[in-house]
Design a protein around this ligand. Structure first.
Ligand code: PAF
Length: 290
């Protein structure tokens, strides 16, 4: 497969996309912060299947990290990322530097509310404003037909969908399934921070989610499922930030299963010093597979 073209400048990127759109090409966009893994390549593969050309951005966005978060340590390896993307048919890699995306004197941010408010919105103030701001800025340079996100960052997808709707952004948002390692741990660039012991603990996150799903299908009361889930996680020494069963669209807590309410379990926790999130969309209890 041809090596992707690395583009550093916003105007150049935009011209390439617009020129190819004018030729009738359908463009898919996969925004990333690099340090790519199978979760990212699954998004690229979906984009390649749906579209004629795929553009991937690699940009560690300072505006979505809090002051005590891991912006400096966040893993970066452009060389390895380019190599991986070249094996998945990406045509362009948009890899601007911080000055290009946030020029000196920059002073505009997207303010987000609604789905951005609970959970990550409380624990990581400013995070979703930073995400929405960069996604909109990236989209100015990569005006694609479709944009792809992984379901692991469930709340992020709700925030982006809300922004797209509110601002009338002309893009289709596609959600792709979470990709897991063989041991069940959801793929994340932050998994590289985990020691061997941390990793042993971290695999409890998915096994606990699966156990909760079983309880759900057996009709156990929601507060009991949550209590059991929290017990399983804390018994392994995992520090829970939240582990809740909520309406998958509004993120409101629910107390009783309702077949017309898509329902999800959201988890954020710390394993050692690493913060991990995961979730599981619960099947309808009316399904025979439940
Ligand atoms: O999900 C991510 O990797 C980031 O939040 C995103 C969407 C690339 C914005 O920086």
């Amino acid at each position: 497969m041809p090596t992707p073209l690395i583009v550093r400048k916003r105007a150049e990127m935009r011209n390439l996309i617009l020129t190819n759109r004018a030729l009738g090409r359908r463009i898919g966009f996969v925004p990333t912060m690099g340090s790519l893994h199978r979760g990212h390549t699954s998004l690229v593969d979906q984009a390649t299947a749906d579209c004629d050309d795929v553009v991937t951005s690699i940009f560690v966005n300072p505006s979505q990290f809090g002051p005590n978060e891991d912006y400096e340590e966040y893993p970066r390896d452009l060389h390895a990322d380019v190599h991986l993307l070249s094996q998945h048919g990406v045509r362009w890699i948009f890899a601007p530097d911080v000055q290009e995306m946030f020029p000196p004197g920059d002073s505009t941010r997207i303010e987000v509310s609604g789905p951005a408010k609970p959970y990550e919105g409380i624990l990581r103030p400013g995070h979703f404003s930073g995400v929405a701001t960069i996604v909109l800025r990236l989209l100015q340079s990569t005006p694609a037909h479709k944009i792809y996100f992984g379901a692991k960052d469930w709340q992020q997808i709700l925030v982006i969908r809300q922004m797209v709707q509110d601002l009338g952004v002309d893009i289709e948002v596609v959600t792709c399934p979470t990709v897991r390692d063989k041991d069940g741990l959801a793929m994340s660039s932050r998994n590289t921070y985990l020691s061997k012991d941390d990793r042993e603990q971290a695999i409890t996150i998915y096994s606990s989610l699966q156990q909760a799903e079983k309880h759900w299908c057996n009709g156990m009361a929601i507060n009991k499922i949550e209590n059991d889930l929290k017990k399983r996680l804390s018994t392994k020494g995992i520090q829970i930030e939240y582990a809740d069963i909520v309406d998958a669209k509004s993120l409101n807590k629910i107390s009783k299963a309702n077949p017309s309410t898509p329902t999800i379990i959201l988890i954020a926790c710390r394993v050692g010093s690493t913060r991990l999130i995961d979730n599981l969309l619960l099947p309808s209890q009316t399904l025979s597979s439940c």
